[in-house]
Design a protein around this ligand. Structure first.
Ligand SMILES: *Cc1c(COP(=O)(O)O)cnc(C)c1O
Length: 429
């Protein structure tokens, strides 16, 4: 356990003392390691990694991604601007919005980034406006029926599955229609899709699939890949396939996640077969967010109040779902470790946040005995942690620190009262 107190030789307790809590801490070495691992799993293919900005969007993280040779996946025009500010060229950035006003797509075209379109309505507008002058990638939803075993569903983090979908999986564990989501153009509309493309001479340069939820198993992934490769014959200008993100990382020892090493090997065979048959060296894009940054991030928080209600021992901490919403919103499991007392006796606690409503970070957790003032470390907080934080209860969003080359550096200040009040327009009441 004690090794967990340190990142690149720096004790997290010292970081908490220096920068205060609550605090997001990211490990640059871990991010680099994940990138290298990802690349090593797809070493035999023409790979292009587009980091999903929305998972962790601090400008310094984007610069790190640039330095490591990645591109960016953006979902809003603001994210494109962040990427450009971080030094990416427009060509390194892909814009993959969901349910967006066409004016945003026009803006993205003006900024020169790669365009991805996920509904027929915008595709038609795109065709009318740009015809064959600007290529675009089409986001598809291949409607693949796949089997999910109960253990797989229970093992995974459901963060990318909406609640309804999850309940449906739970009630009828046999099968799930992969296309019951709002994302992408359903293959059931393939005829309409081709009509729009042909009547407007749209040059489709990429085919994209990012499941509305996570890549749960390699079988489903391979089926999707095969479907995509087979569709390529309809698209003479095709240069790349984009397989999106959605690769999971384990949050506790029971989590079963796709082994991307095996997936990569299987995929490479299929890829080579199609490239060979069609005589094209297609690029393969992925847009991982969580896979690269989840495990590189920690939320440090202080145990402020210990209290016992009935049979529960509560540890009340100085953060909550305004800083890390995943436990409350998705029922996600995040490991919590008492780094101030790493060898203390184990006791069961429920760790609760400080918002004035139900705000659990972890129920019934075994932690080394907690005293008021101890620093707790919440794991897997790199992805969708800070990026989903809010000012609820008029709280401040926390500071962020990046550990880079053995040094802890502040990369975002904690907010202050000015941030809470700045957009208020006072009127006479
Ligand atoms: C959110 C998103 C991603 C990243 O998903 P992860 O689960 O973080 O890997 C990739 N591509 C698109 C289009 C997205 O919307």
């Amino acid at each position: 356990m004690s090794a967990k107190n340190k990142i690149q030789g720096i004790d997290l307790r010292d970081i908490a003392a220096k920068f205060g809590t609550p605090l997001y801490v990211y490990d640059a070495e871990k991010i680099k390691e994940r990138i290298q691992y990802f690349r090593s799993c797809f070493s035999g293919i023409n790979l292009n990694i587009k980091y999903a900005v929305k998972s962790l969007s601090n400008l310094n993280i984007l610069k790190l991604m640039k330095k490591e040779g990645l591109g960016l996946d953006t979902v809003t025009v603001q994210e494109i601007h962040l990427g450009l500010k971080a030094g990416f060229t427009p060509k390194q950035i892909v814009f993959t919005p969901n349910i967006t006003d066409f004016k945003n797509i026009k803006e993205a075209v003006e900024l020169g980034v790669s365009i991805n379109i996920e509904n027929l309505s915008n595709l038609e507008k795109f065709g009318k406006e740009f015809g064959s002058s600007i290529p675009c990638c089409i986001r598809l939803n291949p409607n693949i029926l796949f089997e999910i075993e109960k253990r797989e569903v229970e093992g995974i983090d459901r963060s990318n599955i909406n609640k309804e979908h999850y309940d449906e999986i739970n009630e009828d564990r046999k099968s799930v229609w992969h296309n019951q989501s709002k994302f992408g153009i359903s293959l059931t509309q393939f005829k309409e899709l081709m009509e729009i493309i042909n009547s407007n001479n749209i040059k489709v340069n990429g085919l994209h699939i990012h499941a509305s939820h996570v890549i749960m198993n390699s079988e489903m992934f391979m089926k999707n890949a095969q479907t995509m490769f087979e569709l390529s014959k309809h698209f003479p200008y095709l240069e790349y396939f984009d397989f999106g993100g959605g690769l999971m990382v384990p949050h506790n020892e029971n989590d079963k996640v796709v082994d991307i090493k095996t997936l990569g090997t299987e995929f490479e065979k299929l890829y080579k077969k199609y490239c060979h048959e069609q005589g094209v060296n297609y690029q393969i894009w992925f847009e991982p967010g969580r896979f690269l940054v989840s495990e590189a991030g920690y939320l440090l928080t202080t145990a402020e109040i210990l209290k016992t209600n009935g049979s529960f021992d509560f540890v009340g901490v100085n953060t909550g779902f305004h800083h890390l919403i995943r436990p409350m919103m998705y029922d996600a499991y995040h490991e919590i470790i008492n780094i101030s007392n790493p060898t203390g006796e184990l006791k069961k606690y429920t760790v609760v946040g400080n918002l004035c409503e139900i705000d659990n970070l972890g129920k019934d957790r075994l932690l080394n005995k907690v005293s008021e003032g101890d620093i707790l470390m919440v794991e897997n907080a790199g992805a969708y942690g800070f990026s989903m934080a809010s000012n609820y209860n008029s709280n401040y969003r926390p500071a962020e620190v990046l550990i880079l080359n053995g040094e802890a550096k502040l990369i975002r200040k904690q907010e202050s009262f000015i941030d809470v009040i700045k957009n208020i327009v006072e009127i006479d009441i």
